[in-house]
Every structure is written in C-alpha cells, then in structure tokens.
Design a protein. Structure first.
Ligand code: M6R
Length: 617
C-alpha cells in the first residue's frame, strides 16, 4: 500500500528516487521520505504530504548528494500520517535504515520485547519495530546485515516489501518480500541497481529486472551482483532476469490533464489490445490458451465463483450475467474480503475466477489461497503481468489494458469485461449453449466495441455541461437493470471516490423498495435506459422518478426519443448487444464523475484516503 524506491550506483540517487516516488504515488500519498548516504553521512528527510512536499522539505534540510539511497511514499496503516511516522525509519544506533510496504501484524509484542531490552521508539509504526529487531539480531548474533534481516523476518507475522541498508556498509542493500511486490532493476555490468514496488521508476535506465517471489530476499552488492535466497530455509534461488516490455510513454500523461482522463480515452485501444489474437472473427473462433488448456475443468465445474474487490467486483457482477446468459453456467460473485472469512462451501468441482487490475489486492490474494487449499481450480484475470495474483492462480488471462495509474479504475473495468466476455463466449460455444450464428454475431459486435467507445467519448463536452449543473449536489442515485445494474454500481463508486459526493447504485426496480423516499427536486438520478435492456420497465421507473420531481440524466441508445421526452438530460451511446452494453454505458459515467471532480477542484488521480492497490486487509 506504499511505494518504495531505492538506488545504488554511480549516478546521483536523489533525482532518481524522487522521480521514482512520483511514479509510485498512486500506491499511497499521505507522506513521503528519503534517506541518502553521501559517502560519510546518512541524511534523512521526511514529511507528511506528497512527494512535492518532500522536495520542498529536503531542499531546506539535506544536501541532495549521494549514490546510495532509499525513498518511500506512504499510505498509513500503523500511526497517523505525520512527519515522524513517515519512512525511512532508522534503528536506535542510527546505522540501519529501512523502507517498508506492508504490515507487521505482531509488531506490538516485538516492540514490548525490544523495549524491555532498552530500545526506544520515536514513531507509532510497525516499521520502526522491524528495523530495531534487525539491529538487535545483528548485534546479538554478530551476523552480517543479510543474515540479520533473514533471522528477523522469520520472527515477524505479516506482509512486507522492504529495503534496508547499513550506513557503515553502504555498498550493500538488502531487500525482501512477502505479499507486497518488489522489483530490482539491473544496470549494465551491475554497476547500478534500482529497487522499486514496480518497474516504472527505473524504466529509462534499464529494461532488465528481477521480480522477487514471496518469501524471498536478496542481497544486492555494488558491482558484485544479486544473491537471492529463501527467507525460511536460506536456500539459494536462481536469479531470473526478465526483459521489461513496458515503455516510458505508457506511464506518462501524454498531454492529458490527468491519468484518469488519459485512461478513459485509452479504452478503445485497451479493449482492442485485450481481444487481439484471441477474437478471430473470420475463423469464428476464440483462442485463449488458459481456457483451452483447462477446458475440462470449466465444463465440468459445478459453478463458477468470482472473487474480487471494488471495480473488479463490479466487472465480476457483469460477468455473472454474461456467463449465465450465454454459457448457462451458474455463477456466484463474492467480495473477496467476505469470502475469505466466511468459511465458504467450496471444493474441487468449483472454478474460482479472481479478478484484479493490480494483481496485488490482499483480500483477493487471500481468497485465492483459501480456494486453492480446498482444491478449487483458480483462474486469474489480472492486468499487471507477473503480479502476485497472476502467479498464485492455476491459469489465467491478462487484460492488456496497459498501466492504469489513476486511482479510479476505468480501462481496467472495460478490459476485464472484455476478457470475461471472451471466456463466456468460448465456453458457451464449447457447451453448445450458443448457436453458431449467435456466436458470430457476438464476435462481430465485440470487435466493433472500440469504435463505438470512440463514438461514446464524443459526448465529452455535453457531459461536462451536465457535470457543471449537478456538481454542487450532495447526493446522486444511479439506476440500471440486468447487465447495467453493475454499471450503476460502478458509476456511483466512480463519483464517490473522486468527487466525494455521496452516490448509490441500485437495480432500477429496487428503487420503489426504499431509495424512492430520497427523491425530490434536488436529487439527480442517473438512469441507464438502453434500448435492449428491459427498456419499457426502465421507462416506467423513470416515470416514477419524474412524478416525484427527481432530475433525470438518462444514458440512452442513439436515436432514443421516449426517454429524451421524459429526462432532464440524455447522453447517447451507440447501439450494441445488451450483453456488451456495459462496455459503452460505463463511458459517460466515467466522464461524468471525472468532470464533476475537476469542477470541484478535487485531486482526480489521487483521491483522499485511497491508494491504487490495496495490499492490506
Ligand atoms: O487491483 P484490483 O482490481 O484488485 O483493485 C480492487 C479495488 O481496490 C479497486 O477496483 C478500487 O475499488 C478502485 N479504486 C475503483 O476505482
């Protein structure tokens, strides 16, 4: 839930670490800090606030020279966001310094033990406990830093990605991971090394990276290389260097004001990239290795259980409609956080699909582990290649959305739906649940979605005008039926998280069972009323709202006249199959929340209290 960056080499470490932290700010942004070793002294600067605040602070506090350093951008777990709780943290001697992403669950008992041996603590963090535990082990056992880290980590319960160094031996940095990601970039001739939560901080310096696996640690030595070991048993692990495929342009704003807007506009390409090579319309086939290789498991499954959180959970709800409707396979959709703790009935004949953009969400990862322990087959749908969830799954399919940096998920949602639609169609065909002509029709329509998303994006100016009218309200309702009920939930989530306006999504027909009481002339209600989705029923719901003076923003199919006559505003999307309509109806809802947030002067890409990947429970 935090971003970590480190550098050791021949360049100045400060600018690399600061720029790296900016790229990782999506992971947390309530405080930031840096520690630099300049050949003689260890200099630490840290502050509550963003990396820009850290830059201001370090300008006054430290000389920014040094070839070894570590930095951190934080999303607070233990201890409020303030200067003292910010990372890096020093050991009592002042020799050891650490950055940490994760949670040490047994920190309180470890802390008491250390206090009884004379250690003192400045902060409320679990991380300061860990660095003092490492120092304690190092002294007591008289071992090198790497060994001390290993012994200490065998005493902790929790999750971590850490980087530690000793100012008395600055040519060596020790890193370790369990449950939080950690990448090591390797410069030419091993004359420089980069450490980061993902590869984005070092893309312009090297394309060679090593991703640590869970329960692994590495000792990185200047000009000498990397040694990776298992934390538990000390066994050596082969160093597998990957060549990164990511480009710098993909992680920059590319002329847009915000990453979220860029990512909304990237959806036509992202969806195309997601179905490219899988949807072969002319041959009338869908090719997905992960599904093909495990076809029997899917076809013999009792049911499919989908586990996910947030927006990915909403994509799972859309998938429930698609799988049941097209493939006639029973589906249950679960919040991963509930599933993992409620002793679910699950066995070898269940297939679990885990959906996650980041592939690092702690609850989803834990749900996978539980499902696997009961013998279920787990299929991961992730965006981040090589992520923990992708690796923990038995098989899977990537979404190919490209990096999503805005905290509010947009292209991840539509590409997840694209992958899930492909899987459902493939299974429907294998089961004979769909006719050949219907299958071909779906392929054709799916292939046309990117072009139709382009069309939907053209309503941007009109949506901005609607946003301006409603930006000052306190509440919004979002209604949809069938395939578009999850889209209503997603629309409400988007508005809440970036504009801080309270919004609720409901199945349109449920409105009369409660939410209708909220409707008066001040309440805007976004109603998804596309032509093919229970249209007449939704029109009746709109009439019920109208007679209570609610303000209606209708998301309608191009050319609609009936809703246009009733609604205060309509936003058109092109016509498509009902099963594919979420890929289009979600576009205006993303833009509406984006414009409202911008008009309210909110921080769109880094909304308060949130972080991009939730690697804590
Ligand atoms: O990376 P994941 O897809 O597993 O993340 C799940 C949620 O944390 C995420 O979708 C969150 O709800 C987004 N902020 C929504 O925009």
């Amino acid at each position: 839930m935090c971003g970590i960056v480190g550098y050791m080499g021949y360049r100045e470490a400060y600018p690399i670490i600061i720029e790296g932290l900016k790229r990782l700010e999506y992971r947390g942004y309530d405080s930031a800090g840096i520690a630099l070793f300049d050949g003689t002294n260890l200099k630490v600067s840290k502050t509550k606030g963003k990396v820009a605040d850290l830059e201001d602070r370090s300008e006054k506090e430290i000389t920014k020279t040094g070839h070894v350093g570590i930095g951190h951008t934080r999303w607070a777990t233990h201890g409020v966001p303030n200067d003292v709780n910010s990372h890096p943290h020093l050991s009592n001697s002042g020799d050891l310094v650490i950055i940490h992403n994760g949670i040490i669950e047994n920190y309180e008992s470890l802390k008491q033990e250390l206090i009884s041996r004379g250690y003192t603590f400045q902060s409320d963090t679990d991380t300061e406990v860990l660095i003092n535990l490492i120092e304690d082990v190092k002294k007591k056992e008289n071992v090198k830093l790497g060994k001390a880290v290993q012994i200490a980590l065998n005493q902790v319960i929790g999750a971590y990605a850490i980087a530690v160094f000793d100012k008395t031996k600055p040519e060596e940095v020790v890193v370790a991971r369990l449950g939080s990601p950690l990448a090591i970039g390797i410069g030419a001739n091993e004359n420089e090394f980069f450490i980061a939560s993902d590869a984005s901080p070092f893309l312009e310096y090297t394309k060679n990276a090593v991703y640590l696996e869970d329960e692994e640690m590495a000792v990185i030595r200047f000009k000498k290389g990397i040694k990776i070991r298992k934390i538990k048993d000390d066994s050596l692990v082969d160093t597998y260097v990957q060549e990164l495929q990511l480009n710098l342009e993909e992680i920059e704003k590319g002329g847009y004001d915000h990453f979220m807007l860029k990512e909304i506009h990237e959806q036509p390409k992202a969806i195309t990239d997601t179905y490219r090579g899988r949807l072969l319309r002319r041959e009338a086939i869908i090719k997905m290795a992960g599904v093909e290789d495990n076809m029997k498991k899917f076809l013999n499954a009792n049911r499919i259980i989908i586990v996910a959180c947030g927006t990915s959970w909403h994509a799972g709800l859309v998938a429930e409609y698609i799988f049941e409707d097209l493939a006639r396979i029973p589906v249950e959709v679960e919040y991963a956080s509930e599933f993992r703790y409620r002793n679910p009935v699950i066995n070898e004949s269940d297939v679990v699909i885990a959906i996650s953009q980041s592939g690092e969400t702690a609850d989803t990862l834990a749900a996978i582990k539980l499902a696997k322990s009961k013998g279920a087959f787990v299929f991961g749908v992730c965006n981040v290649v090589g992520s923990s969830i992708a690796r923990a799954s038995d098989a899977g399919a990537y979404t190919h959305a490209g990096p999503e940096i805005g905290v509010a998920s947009t292209k991840a949602f539509t590409t997840q739906i694209t992958v899930l639609t492909l899987i459902a169609l493939r299974l429907a065909r294998a089961k004979g649940a769909i006719t050949s002509s219907d299958f071909r029709h779906h392929l054709l329509e799916l292939e046309m979605i990117p072009q139709k998303v382009e069309e939907a994006l053209k309503s941007d100016a009109h949506i901005k005008m609607v946003a301006d009218i409603y930006k000052d309200v306190s509440n919004f309702l979002y209604l949809g039926r069938g395939y578009n009920f999850p889209v209503a939930l997603e629309g409400a989530l988007k508005l809440k998280e970036i504009s801080y306006i309270h919004a609720e999504g409901y199945p349109a027909a449920e409105m009369k069972h409660g939410p209708i009481a909220l409707i008066d002339e001040n309440m805007p209600i976004v109603v998804i009323a596309t032509k093919k989705g229970h249209y007449e029923k939704v029109v009746s719901n709109i009439q019920e709202i109208k007679s209570r003076k609610g303000k209606i923003i209708g998301i309608v199919t191009e050319g609609d006249t009936q809703v246009r006559d009733l609604a205060d505003h309509v936003i058109e999307v092109p016509e498509t199959l009902e099963s594919l309509s979420p890929l289009l109806t979600t576009i205006p809802l993303q833009l509406l929340s984006y414009h409202i947030a911008v008009l309210l002067d909110k921080n769109v890409d880094q909304p308060r209290n949130l972080a991009k990947s939730v690697t804590v429970e």
